[in-house]
Write a protein that binds this ligand. Structure first.
Ligand code: C5P
Length: 400
C-alpha cells in the first residue's frame, strides 16, 4: 500500500478539446489506488460523456448541480470537503477566470470555492488565450493563493496554432497529483535559490556561444521546492520550457549576469542549487558590429567565466546548503567528489550525459548522489521530477 492509495481526488473536466484525455488521467489515477469523483461541466459533456468516467472510476459523474433525486449538491459538497486533491484537467481559460474571481455558477466552480484541498490545474487552451494578459493575471492570482499548475506544454494545438496551450500528458498530470497527495510542506519558511538553463555568450550582436540545456531539470527542481512550501527564486538562462508558476524568475543570458544575481541573492537563501549548465568560457572581446564573412578564418579568444557555485560556496553562511549538478560523460563519482570540495558543497548530483535517456533535453535521468560525508547512492533511471523529489528528501534531512 502506497502513501497515496485510498486518497480521494475530485477530477474536474472542463470544455477543452483535451477533455477526452481526462479519461486517461482518471484511469491512471484509479490504477494508483486513488478514488476519483469525476465532475463534468456542461461544455465538457459536449465533448466527452459522463458514462466513460463512470465506467473508468466506478463513481457517479457529477453533471448537474440540480439533478433531482440524487441530492448531489450535498453529497458532492461533502466529497469536495473530504477530497485530498482537487484536480481540474483540462482547465479552460473560463474555469481559471471563474476560480480567480470566486464565481460559483455551476457545480465545479462552486466546489472549487468550497474545497480546502490543494488545487491542481492542467490548463489547455489556444495559445493566444493562454498568453492573454487576463488569463495570465488569473493564473498569477490563483498561484498566489497557493493553487498548483501543471503545464501547459507547447506544440501544435487542436486549432492548428503552434505554441503554449496543450494540456500536459496524462502521465505527467498524474505524477504531479501523486506528489501533491503526499502533502508535505517541509520547506515552508525556507528560501531556495536555483541557477537553471544554459548561457548565451555573445560573439557579436547577433551570434553567441551556447549549449543545449533545456531547463527541464532546473524547473523540475523549482517545482518540487514549491510543492514543499518553499519560496523559490530561479536565475534562469535561456531554456526551452516554461518555468513553473509560483517561483520568482530572474532571466539572464550570460554566466557573468547569472553570477552577479546569484551572489546578490544567495546570502538570503537557505538552499542554493546550481542546476545551470554554466558556460565556462566567454568571448574575451565580443564584437560590437555584426561580423561579416571576409574570406579569412576567424579566431576567437575565450576567457574563463567565474565558477558561480564556488563563489557562493566561498561566502557560504552557517547552516546554508549548497548543491551542485555535475553533467558528465564518464567517471561520475570521482568528478563529483572533486566538485564537493572544490566548490564547498553539501551534495553533488552527478548525472550521465551523452546517452539517449539521460541528459540535456531528455525527460528522464540517470543520477548518482555523492554527499560531503562520502556516501554514494546510485539511482535508477527516473523522471527529472522524481529526481527532484529524492533530492529534496536529502536536502530536508540535512536541514533538519
Ligand atoms: O565544474 P562543473 O561545471 O562540472 O560543475 C557543475 C556544477 O557547478 C553545476 O552545479 C553548475 O551549475 C555549477 N557551475 C557554476 N559555475 C560555473 C560552472 C559550473 O556554478 N562556471
Amino acid at each position: 500500500m502506497t502513501t497515496t492509495s485510498g486518497k480521494e481526488i475530485i477530477l474536474g473536466v472542463t470544455g477543452s478539446i483535451a477533455a477526452y484525455k481526462a479519461c486517461e488521467v482518471a484511469s491512471l489515477l484509479v490504477k494508483r489506488g486513488v478514488r476519483v469523483t469525476p465532475v463534468l461541466t456542461c461544455s465538457a459533456q459536449k465533448l466527452v460523456g459522463p458514462a466513460s468516467f463512470e465506467g473508468i472510476t466506478g463513481n457517479q459523474a457529477v453533471t448537474d448541480m440540480f439533478d433531482s433525486g440524487q441530492n448531489q449538491e450535498i453529497e458532492h459538497i461533502a466529497a469536495a470537503t473530504r477530497a485530498d486533491l482537487f484536480l481540474v484537467a483540462p482547465a479552460t481559460a473560463n474555469v481559471l477566470a471563474k476560480a480567480a474571481q470566486g464565481l460559483a455558477d455551476d457545480w465545479l466552480s462552486t466546489t472549487l470555492l468550497a474545497t480546502r484541498a490543494p488545487i491542481l490545474f492542467a490548463p489547455a487552451m489556444n495559445t493566444n488565450m493562454y498568453g492573454h494578459p487576463a488569463t495570465q493575471a488569473n493564473i498569477a492570482t490563483l498561484s498566489d493563493r497557493g493553487c498548483h499548475f501543471v503545464g501547459p506544454d507547447s506544440g501544435t494545438l487542436a486549432c492548428k496554432t503552434v505554441g503554449a496551450g496543450r494540456m500536459s500528458e496524462p502521465a505527467c498530470i498524474v505524477e504531479r497529483s501523486m506528489r501533491l497527495l503526499e502533502n508535505s510542506d517541509d520547506l515552508k519558511g525556507r528560501h531556495v535559490l536555483l541557477t537553471s538553463g544554459g548561457n548565451h555568450e555573445p560573439i557579436d550582436p547577433v551570434r553567441y556561444i551556447g549549449n543545449s540545456s533545456s531547463g527541464k531539470m532546473g524547473f523540475a527542481v523549482a517545482e518540487e521546492a514549491l510543492r514543499r512550501g518553499a519560496k523559490v527564486t530561479v536565475i534562469s538562462g535561456p531554456a526551452e520550457v516554461a518555468p513553473p508558476v509560483g517561483c520568482k524568475v530572474i532571466p539572464v543570458q550570460t554566466a557573468q549576469e547569472m553570477c552577479d544575481a546569484a551572489l546578490l541573492i544567495a546570502p538570503g537563501a537557505d538552499v542554493v542549487i546550481g542546476v545551470a549548465a554554466v558556460a565556462d568560457y566567454r568571448v574575451e572581446h565580443p564584437m560590437t558590429e555584426k561580423h561579416k564573412r571576409n574570406g579569412n578564418d576567424l579566431t576567437l579568444t575565450l576567457t574563463q567565466n567565474p565558477d558561480i557555485l564556488a563563489a557562493v560556496g566561498a561566502q557560504k553562511k552557517n547552516g546554508q546548503i549548497t548543491v551542485g549538478f555535475a553533467a558528465e560523460t564518464g567517471d561520475l563519482v570521482e568528478n563529483a567528489q572533486a566538485k564537493l570540495s572544490k566548490k564547498n558543497l553539501n551534495l553533488v548530483v552527478a548525472n550521465q550525459v551523452g546517452v539517449s535517456d539521460s541528459g540535456f533535453g531528455s525527460d528522464t535521468v540517470r543520477a548518482i548522489f555523492v554527499d560531503a560525508s562520502g556516501a554514494v547512492e546510485e539511482l535508477s533511471l527516473q523522471s527529472k521530477g522524481d529526481l527532484a523529489h529524492s533530492l529534496f528528501d536529502r536536502i530536508t534531512a540535512i536541514l533538519a
